[in-house]
Ligand binder design. Structure first.
Ligand code: DUT
Ligand code: MG
Length: 147
């Protein structure tokens, strides 16, 4: 298991995010709010989590929706997957949107999203005149499988 030096400032009373099971990809993120948030249909909002983290270079955190919340309440992350840059030192916030046709309420401590830690490649460009040939070439957008 990769061990990261991560500085976590947890301004809410909630436990620090953890994997719910040994095979989980993500750690659930909880809303850190003083008052309930009521989201009308198609309304979106920024939900604070009380979490500030310091990731090493070469890593990112992705903020992804939770499937249970999506199927039961129509609540999902608008910008999925949200990107937490390694150099970000602000509070992690979740952009939630209500895609159901009724008002949805978010309470303090509700698990509103999950966070996946990923390695990222930081690259530099080498400009070339020609790109390498492939069978696909420029085909895309449903190009394969046609007679
Ligand atoms: O769901 C999210 C997405 C982003 N962020 C924070 C961390 C991230 O490092 C920063 C910038 O995010 P992003 O690059 O997606 O937004 P932007 O619109 O490109 O803003 P910026 O110009 O600040 O990069 O905002 C969150 O807290 N939650
Ligand atoms: Mg950006």
């Amino acid at each position: 298991m990769t061990q990261l030096q991560v500085k976590i400032v947890n301004k809410s009373q909630h436990a620090v995010p953890a994997y719910a099971t040994s095979g989980a990809s993500g750690m659930d993120l909880k809303a850190s709010i003083n008052e309930d948030i009521v989201l009308q249909p198609l309304e979106r909002t920024l939900v604070p989590t009380g979490l500030f983290i310091e990731l090493p270079e070469g890593f990112e955190a992705q903020i992804r929706p939770r499937s249970g919340l999506a199927i039961k309440q129509g609540l999902t992350c608008l910008n999925t997957p949200g990107t937490i840059d390694a150099d970000y030192r602000g509070e992690i916030k979740v952009i939630l949107i209500n895609l159901s046709n009724e008002a949805q309420t978010i309470h303090n401590g509700d698990r509103v999203a999950q966070m996946v830690i990923q390695k990222v490649e930081i690259i530099s460009w080498v400009p070339v005149e020609e790109l390498g040939e492939t069978v696909r070439a420029a085909g895309g957008f449903g190009h394969t499988g046609k007679q």
